[in-house]
Design a protein around this ligand. Sequence first.
Ligand code: HSE
Length: 415
Amino acid sequence: MINIAIMGFGTVGSGVAEVLTKNHDSIARKCGEDIRIKYILDLRDFPDSPFADRVIKDFELIEKDDDIKVVVECLGGLHPSYEFVKRCLLSGKSVSTSNKELIAEKGDELLQIAKDNNLNLLFEASVGGGIPIIRPLDQCLAANEVYEIAGILNGTTNFIMTKMIREQMPFEQALKLAQELGYAERDPSADVDGDDACRKICILASLAFGRHVFPSQCYTEGISKITLEDVEYAAQIGGVIKLIGRCKKLPDGRVTLMVAPTIVMRSCQLANVEDVFNAILVRGDAIGDVVFYGRGAGKLPTASAVVADVMDCVKHLNRRKYLFWEKGAPDYVADYREWETSLYVRASSFDAEAAFEKAKEIFGEDIRRLHREAEPAGELAFVTGKDTEIVLMQRMRIYENSGCSVIGCIRVCDL
Ligand code: HSE
């Protein structure tokens, strides 16, 4: 019998208890041990829960109990998760966590502590919810030089964009629905502003390229400025707007990454990923393209990944699984603006025809004008040719200084 503790009894933590209970026998058969939940750490009481008698409020009970071999961390946020996970590792306990903020900010340090103490720190659930991606990237694709990853990494924003695209549902209404369904973060601005996806692409970049990438090194833009008009114009070029997290390895060994709303062509697999589903496209030199797809958020899908990590920890109690990356460095991440892209631009002007002629002068003759139904006079939308973002933004400033007011612009994906 192996005793474990769960820290945090919210959506994911209670899902972990539910899966461990419901599938107890098959889990025991697969890992050769009975797994028993001894403690549940939470500041709240759960008098109606079947686990009510195991709820504790004092972390030290877990830390000092040598009987606890594996700890599940589902508290979310950086504090006190970081301190608690560190203390668990220092007191000889392996950890399974769903906490992307923790791994994105402190992964290098915590992985080093796990390594020094011959323990496992596993975090499959931190990216893509229930989708297996961490283990496949680390193990099944280990023979590859992975050189690019692009993904829809946030279920809430994908749900919102799907509602906006399919049902022309206003943003606020779609967000409220996502919250009711338990997809959103405690503070949904982490979803909407792209921070959640940023943490996830940082974890994938750290793992794929072997060196820690911090969220502060990743250019991040959310979806809150996307309008139903943008959705309509994107459809005109055969695309849909998705929040895409992307990272690349450069020939000089550095990496570049960003999270931003992006127009993805319908022909790309990521375009057809809808609702709360996530998908992650990995490009490796031997495998080519491989796409991982599934439920990226929600109680049981996320618990599925956490429990699998608990089982892996139980199966490797005195052995380390090799899951590790080196410390980060400020000059390791290149300027995202060196990335080449096309831009969709929406602008307004007293005279849309003259503004389009001006756009051709500044961005080049190859820009393509877009139209939508019931387009108001003075509105103008176009797609530029491809160039580095540094060059395109310089042109954008010249365009704005020429009297055209840019309402918004979105990168057009070349995946
Ligand atoms: N809020 C996150 C999402 C949960 O919507 O994807 C899973 O990380």
